[in-house]
Design a binder for this molecule. Sequence first.
Ligand SMILES: [Zn+2]
Length: 415
Amino acid sequence: MTTAVRCGVLIDGTGAEPTQGATLLFDGDTIVGVDRGGEVPPGADVIDAEHLTVMPGMIDCHVHLGSSTWGVQERLLMPFSLIIAHALNHARITLEAGFTTVRDAAGTPRGVKMAIEQGLFPGPRMRIAVSALSQTGGHGDSVMPNGASIRPVSELPFTVVDGVEGVRRATREVLRAGADQIKVHTSGGVMSPNDEPGATGFSPDEIAALVYEARAAGKTVMAHAQASQGIKNAVLGGIHSIEHGIFLDEEVIEEMKRRGTFLVPTLVAPLWVVRRAEKDPSSVPPYALRKAREVMADHQASFRLAVERGVRIAMGTDTGVGPHGTNAEELERMVEGGMTPMQAIVATTRTAAECARVAHLTGTLELGKRADLLGVEGDPLADIRILQNKDKLALIVRDGRVFKSIGTRAPSAVS
Ligand SMILES: [Zn+2]
C-alpha cells in the first residue's frame, strides 16, 4: 500500500532549498518517490500535510535514555529494573519530540533497543554504546567520595579499566554486550566526582587498542573529550566523533577537518546542569555545578570556531543530563552559536545520520531511505524554536509507521 504525503513545504535534509507542494510517497517502511510536481498516484492513501513543513525525523547523536535528572540519592535507591522502565518511557518521550533515531552514549542495555525494534514499546531507532570505557578515577568512574558506587550491577559490562590489555578486554566485552559503537572517556568531565574537564583520560596506546578492536568489529568509537589533550589524543587515535569538544583549538580543528572527524557539541548539557541546580540544588552535586559554570564560555567559543572552520557537526544533546523530550533546544543553541537554521537542521538530519552510521537508512528524504518524517506547523527556517513545541509537531512517522498524526486525515496513531 502506497502512502502519499502532500507536503506544504518539503525540507529534504540535504541542505537543498525547500520546495513547495511536493508529494512524498512511501510503501511499507521505504520512500518510493519524491514528486516535486505533487502528483498523487491513484489508489494511494493520502496524508494531507499541506499546512505543514515536512522534514526528516530528527536524530540526536548523544542521549542517555537510561539516565535522567535524578539526584545521587535517587539513583542509589533505584533498582536497575526501574531504570529500564524509565528508559523505555524516555524512548517514547523522545519520539514524541520528533526524534526518530538516537545514538545512546552509554547506560542503556541492548534489551531496550530490542524492545523498541520488536514493537513492544514506541521509540526511536537506536544505536547504543552500552557501557563507556573509562580509566580508574576517570569520568566514568562513579565511585563516590565515601567509596560507594552509583553504577548499578547489570548487563552493562564493567568498563573502568587500565592498560592496553584491560582496555582491549573491556572493548570486546562491550561489543559482546551488543554495542553499535564504543564510547570512551578521553578526558575528564562535569558530572564526575573524581576529575576535572581539563584532565586527560587514557594514553594514546590505550586509545589505539580500543580503536583497533572497534574497527576489527566494524564499529566506530565516540569519545567524550572536553580538554584539548584528550581531544587531540582521540582525533589522532582515529576516533569517529568528539563528544562535547569544550576546548578546541586551531590545530585540532584542522586535524578533524582533514580526517572528517565529527563534532557532537551538546551545547545544552552544561546549561541543564545549572538549571537543575537552580531549581533543586540536591539534584546536582556541587562539583558538577562549579565545573558546568567554568566550561560554558569555552564550550560556546569552541562551537563558534568549529562552525566557522567547517568541521562536520552532528547534533547531540547529552539528554539525561537535561530532561528527555527537550532535545530540540539544541538547534536553537546551535543557531545562537553561529549556524543558520538550515545548517542546524542538516546537522540534526543528514550529518547526524552520517555520524550515527545510519545514513543508508535515514537523515534525508530521498528515494530508498526509510520513511522517517516530521511534519511541523510553521516554518522552522524562520523560527527554529518551533521544533521544541510538541503541539506544533503534527506528524511523526518512523519506518513508515504513523506514530502521531493530527489534522492530516491520516490513519490514527498506531503504537
Ligand atoms: Zn553523555
